[in-house]
Design a protein around this ligand. Structure first.
Ligand SMILES: *Cc1c(COP(=O)(O)O)cnc(C)c1O
Length: 240
């Protein structure tokens, strides 16, 4: 147990504050705090971090690399974990992500979407995904471009949603890491506007908005996030 104790302590200390801040942010914007899910992002941490998150009652666990998902998931086969694939996925790793993740947040290109759809069709199911949108215009961010106008991304989303092996549950975005509050807010607001614009497209089934990380989740919740992806503020800094 010794190796796990720091993580149990960290989550026990940090989770109540996070939950409180999510509730306050939801209330500020007239939303139901219960409509926001916490995805504990355990990338770069040992399995003890996942144990601690589970012990604290969290069930949604996010990994950004498929390889890491692949070695960690079998360790928790007996646990009620809902795995989330949140990082860029190379097409040759798509099958691994589709097999293990309950939700893939990071469908950032039509080619990846097509690959995943073929897997879904072969398995006779629709793989639950979020379409990643680049709402900030940063060249380093992946996703369907939406920074100039929300409508820009809608055609791409429609093509993804039209694929027979996918179920589009909503959208995901990443805000610029170093940004002032108005810029963060604009990124989240644009993403929500894209989802509004994509509403009614055949195959866009869900209303999920995966937005908000440790440094910006309160703003994201104010702007409609239904899933915040939290690593550092829950677990502390990643080792190494
Ligand atoms: C690492 C990561 C996070 C969590 O980052 P923190 O700043 O540690 O909360 C969220 N989303 C994605 C896609 C990530 O890769």
């Amino acid at each position: 147990m010794t190796g796990h104790d720091p993580y149990h302590r960290a989550v026990a200390e940090n989770l109540p504050r996070v939950v409180e801040r999510i509730a306050a942010a939801a209330e500020r914007s007239g939303r139901d705090p219960g409509a926001v899910r916490v995805v504990a992002v355990t990338k770069g941490h040992p399995p003890g971090a996942i144990e601690a998150a589970l012990a604290a009652g969290l069930r949604d666990i996010g990994e950004n690399r498929v390889e890491e998902l692949q070695w960690k998931a079998p360790l928790f086969e007996a646990e009620p974990v809902t795995w989330h694939a949140i990082g860029h996925i190379q097409r040759r790793k798509a099958a691994g992500a589709a097999r293990l993740a309950a939700l893939i947040h990071s469908v950032d290109s039509l080619r990846l979407a097509e690959k995943l759809s073929r897997l879904g069709v072969a398995e006779g199911r629709r793989i639950p995904v979020l379409v990643q949108v680049n709402a900030s215009g940063e060249a380093t961010k992946g996703g369907f471009p939406a920074a100039r106008a929300p409508d820009e991304a809608v055609a791409g989303i429609a093509r993804v949603a039209g694929l027979p092996g996918l179920r589009v549950d909503g959208l995901m975005t990443m805000a610029p890491f170093v940004a002032d509050e108005p810029t963060l807010r604009a990124t989240f607001r644009t993403t929500r506007a894209v989802l509004e614009a994509a509403r009614g497209i055949d195959g866009v089934e869900g209303r999920e908005l995966s937005m908000g990380m440790s440094n910006d989740y309160e703003t994201a919740v104010e702007e409609g996030s239904t899933m915040v992806r939290l690593g550092t503020t829950l677990l502390g800094r990643r080792p190494g």
